[in-house]
Design a protein around this ligand. Sequence first.
Ligand code: IMP
Length: 228
Amino acid sequence: MFDKNTAGEVAGHKLAAEKHAPDKLFLASSNCGKLREYRSLAETFSSPRRIALELLPEIDRLPAFAENAPTFAENAAGKALHYSRFAEGLVFADDSGLVVPALGKAPGVHSARYAGENASDADRVRKLLEELREKKGAARQGYFVCVIALARRGKILGVISDRAGGTILDAPRGEYGFGYDPVFFFPMLGKTFAEQSLSEKNQHSHRGKAFRKLCDFLSSLSPETRVI
Ligand code: IMP
């Protein structure tokens, strides 16, 4: 039993502890490339509050969410809503992809399945280069989009997006990254995303910029919403 003062002190310590505790975020994704980038982002860019980022436990054993909406935002929000029902706390999901206006915005929301269900990153890059074979100059411009949705127990708290623009090369360059990175040339640095270290890519990428917005959004939420 606590007397009134002790109870007050305990409550005070608890509040102080919560103030300094990291925001715990569960990522709903089974894409290893994304997870690597978000982990590094959470370590680097989480000011003013620290973020403890974890993969949603057992995500591969939960009922899957079918990402077949026509927009990145609908897919991200649907995924975050769906998976937040299986967790206590804040869950975020993203939908991202490469948009090439000269290809009618393809691969777009179909970026992950552009060359079929079981195709590899190399297959998708090959298909993209084949589709762009006759295109020159401005027709090879494209941009990556990342939409992040944050949810908690079946309610959307926010939807955030950003993009990164560049041009599509006619042959892959670089060893880092994943997906379309080896053919995505980022003019500001004069390198493809696959020629950039993780921290370099994170500073300029669609995902890095959207995640920093998510951090700002999180710090604007009330402590009751942030704490599990
Ligand atoms: P989803 O968001 O899991 O549906 O998949 C997005 C797909 O878009 C990935 O599988 C990649 O093919 C592509 N993509 C998204 N972000 C990036 C990136 O940062 N670099 C390269 N490819 C990306």
